[in-house]
Write a protein that binds this ligand. Structure first.
Ligand code: GAP
Length: 519
């Protein structure tokens, strides 16, 4: 099945099984805004817990913060968002559709990558075990032509964006004959800049209301609280401040479900370091964050780094962690070495010192900052698209299963009496009572046991506990494993230990911790 079709099915599945609903659906929805249903909110909370614990629990020198969404409007002037948080937009005169010029070009670049991958796959099939992929990529004339064209286009786009050259952006689109995906013509307007911040007013007009912004990133709340946290927590550099919270962007090209939303959530950590040590810390955080992603077990080949060619004016190193979504490799997380730009700007605009006194050096300085920034919703999409499978079963039908990592699954176990009589529901009820304070449980007695297993597969429950007649005699149950569908009979008394071992978040955190034991 084409990846596009799988993605459509995934979106439908998320709605049908209570993961994600379009916002305001009874009023025909609101573009690029979504609500999380009963299972979605649990998965989201588990993702946030995984991130939070891997920052704040695993590092003594990283602490949390929860700053307000509304902030003083000068913050956004200082950060550069008022003047420069823009997207270059272009309209097609025939379809009247609006696009981000850089995204149109990036999608064209992705087509070269797809062509290369197709050639590689064809050759792999043709040569079988004798296939030398590295050699093929270096020497096949079709592949090298695609790669050269792609590299040239990447460099031209990076230069145009760096120079903020809107005329050149349009020219790239025209020269590459990039057409409107809707009407297929190349009849484009000029490229214009469009600011992405949502504005609103605070106070009544009688008092003279002031214009304020909904924050487009959570990071600035951390910067302006840097000294509050450092002093009240007696923090010594290097140290980090982590925050999870909502952010808002008036995205023009909002597509691909929850990948690009207008209201979304970020998990950001700013790590404050001595000037000169930032690139070493940047390298460390780059590795740690990749380990965090890969601990989920979706396979190393599903991830890659994308080091930035075009660096924002405040950064001296930047990389994205990209995940292979059904619609291609896309950014999930950004890691930036942001220098002292933000703190220095807040120092200038507020007139307050943003400096740290370093007792070891006996001097004060504005710290440098390494940032890790990941979208909760994009991470959710990564997890759910990696987990979604349609599998043929031995009985000849298909089961839809969400192979979620057990530590992230919304429901950890379902307790199912084999039949609705003979005291089995009561026995199952006792088991639920015993486990419910430690594990998110579900009790289900409706329909055949096969149908109930399928329902649990579809919401990603890793374990089904079945209570049968032997359970009454022996005080045992069977545990069915969602992924292998195999069943094992175990003593009811052992359930708490077995389930903890299999579903504990610690299983993931231990893998992340391995990378920085030496800190
Ligand atoms: N403080 C840095 C910052 O905000 P960013 O690359 O603009 O950097 C960081 O955003 C992360 O936030 C992205 O990697 C992505 O996961 C998420 N994100 C950004 N815009 C988003 C949107 N419109 N919808 C969903 N997630 C988004």
């Amino acid at each position: 099945m084409a990846q596009e079709d799988i993605f459509k099915k995934l979106v439908a599945h998320c709605k049908e099984y209570g993961y994600v609903f379009p916002s305001s659906e009874v009023y025909d929805g609101l573009g690029a805004v979504y609500d999380y249903g009963q299972y979605g909110v649990e998965l989201k909370n588990n993702i946030k817990r995984y991130w939070w614990d891997s920052m704040v629990l695993l590092h003594e020198n990283v602490v949390g913060l929860d700053s307000a969404i509304f902030m003083h409007p000068t913050i956004w002037k200082a950060s550069g968002h008022v003047d420069a948080f823009n997207d270059p937009l272009i309209d097609n005169k025939d379809s009247k559709k609006r696009y981000r010029a850089d995204v149109l070009i990036e999608e064209h670049i992705a087509k070269y990558e797809e062509k290369v991958e197709k050639e590689v796959e064809k050759a792999r099939k043709r040569f079988g075990d004798r296939f030398d992929e590295a050699l093929f990529r270096q020497t096949n004339p079709q592949v090298t032509v695609h790669v050269e064209k792609k590299d040239a286009l990447v460099a031209r786009l990076a230069k145009a964006l760096n120079d903020n050259d809107l005329v050149e952006l349009r020219q790239i689109i025209v020269d590459n004959q990039i057409v409107c995906p809707v009407c297929g013509t190349c009849n484009w307007t000029e490229v214009r800049q469009f600011n992405l911040m949502f504005a609103t007013e605070m106070g009544s007009t009688a008092e003279g209301a002031s214009k304020i912004y909904l924050r487009p990133e959570t990071a600035q709340g951390i910067f302006v609280n840097f000294l509050n946290v450092q002093k009240s927590g007696r923090m010594k550099i290097p140290f980090g401040i982590a925050q999870i919270g909502k952010a808002f962007r008036n995205e023009i090209v909002a597509r691909q479900f929850i990948f690009r939303m207008r209201e979304f959530e970020q998990m950001e950590m700013q790590f404050f370091v001595r000037p000169g040590s930032e690139l070493e810390w940047f390298r460390r955080w780059r590795e740690i964050r990749m380990t965090w992603h890969q601990a989920l077990g979706f396979g190393a080949a599903s991830y890659r780094f994308h080091d930035h060619e075009k660096l924002a004016h405040y950064a001296n190193a930047a990389t994205d962690i990209e995940y292979r979504f059904p619609f291609g490799f896309k950014e999930v997380e950004g890691i930036h070495s942001r220098t002292d730009f933000d703190l220095t700007r807040h120092q200038e605009f507020s007139g307050k010192r943003m400096q740290y006194f370093d007792p070891e050096l006996n001097e004060s300085y504005v710290p440098y900052v390494v940032e890790t920034s990941i979208g909760v919703d994009r991470m959710f999409l990564q997890v759910i698209s990696a987990a979604y499978r349609e599998e043929a079963t031995d009985t000849g039908d298909t089961r839809v299963v969400l192979k979620l990592p057990p530590a992230l699954a919304p429901i950890k176990l379902a307790v199912l009496p084999l039949v609705k009589k003979d005291g089995l529901p009561e026995k199952a009820g006792e088991i639920v009572q015993r486990l419910r304070l430690d594990f998110r449980c579900q009790y289900d007695e409706k329909d055949s046991i096969g149908k109930r297993y399928r329902r649990q597969d579809a919401i990603g429950t890793p374990f089904c506990i079945t209570v049968d007649h032997l359970s009454l005699e022996e005080n045992t149950v069977t545990i069915r494993d969602r992924d292998t569908m195999s069943q094992e009979r175990v003593a009811i008394d052992r359930l708490p230990v077995i389930l903890k071992e299999k579903t504990d978040l610690k299983n993931l955190l231990e893998q992340v911790a391995v990378g920085f034991r030496h800190w």
